[in-house]
Design a protein around this ligand. Structure first.
Ligand SMILES: Cc1cc2nc3c(=O)[nH]c(=O)nc-3n(C[C@H](O)[C@H](O)[C@H](O)COP(=O)(O)OP(=O)(O)OC[C@H]3O[C@@H](n4cnc5c(N)ncnc54)[C@H](O)[C@@H]3O)c2cc1C
Length: 201
């Protein structure tokens, strides 16, 4: 908005308040060792290990869940909601035997920016020299290093004169050497009506 670019791109971002919950792994299960990342679209949650031997549970935007869109991100409450905590832990308990519902609720509350298709925008803008890495929602912390690498490659190419909008930069993954087409993260990408719209991206 400050750069005068509001509405200039197909993709926009919108702030959403989110909670994730942390509960102890059930007795007898070493979740640090045996745990994995699991998404359950039927029950409306995902979970992953959270050391030491905890399970982190979050929502995958089930159709019956109210989404926490906020107008004023700085004014959003950062306190966990008991009902939501219970709802999600009980969803997890449908898949993990003996998962308890603790009286003490633990977790993280935050606000993140969400795009229409839940993919981030890693791109230049219509203003020369102004680049954005935004709309990272709840799934890009783990990608921070490669996102930074992609942004560095993008900026280097565009500043050297490349028209990334018509000829998207393709970055080679530094470890596996696989191509990453940065057109996927364009601010003007077409929206796919069949693409999943949830935090798993
Ligand atoms: C409760 C919660 C749980 C999460 N769990 C996980 C998880 O389990 N795994 C995982 O990988 N990630 C998770 N995340 C997401 C992760 O935290 C974010 O993806 C990551 O922090 C994004 O970092 P960033 O610096 O790229 O973006 P941000 O910290 O969002 O930084 C973007 C910056 O760009 C600025 N900005 C935005 N729009 C514009 C614009 N148009 N012009 C100029 N500046 C702009 C913003 O003000 C901000 O300073 C979670 C987030 C929350 C809130």
């Amino acid at each position: 908005r400050m750069a005068g670019l509001e509405g200039a791109a197909t993709i926009s971002t919108r702030p959403m308040r989110r909670e994730v919950y942390v509960v102890p792994g059930p007795e007898g299960l070493d979740f640090d060792d045996a745990g994995c990342v699991m998404g359950d679209l039927d029950c409306g949650f995902y979970l992953r290990p959270e050391r030491p031997n905890n399970i982190l549970i979050g929502s995958v935007e089930a159709a019956c869940d109210e989404l926490g869109w906020v107008e004023e991100p700085d004014a959003a409450s950062l306190t966990l909601t008991r009902t939501e905590f219970e709802t999600h832990v009980l969803r997890g308990a449908r898949r993990i035997r003996n998962l308890g519902l603790p009286h003490e609720q633990r977790g993280v509350v935050g606000v993140y920016d969400v795009t229409e298709d839940w993919l981030p925008v890693y791109d230049r803008t219509d203003l020369d020299g102004f680049y954005v890495a935004i709309g990272t929602s709840g799934n890009q912390f783990k990608n921070a290093a490669i996102a930074a690498h992609c942004m560095a490659e993008l900026i280097t190419e565009v500043e050297a004169g490349r028209d990334h909008d018509t000829d998207p930069v393709v970055v080679q993954g530094p470890h596996l050497g696989l191509p990453i087409d940065l057109g996927t993260f364009s601010r003007n990408r077409p929206l796919d009506a069949d693409a999943p719209v949830n935090v798993l991206g």
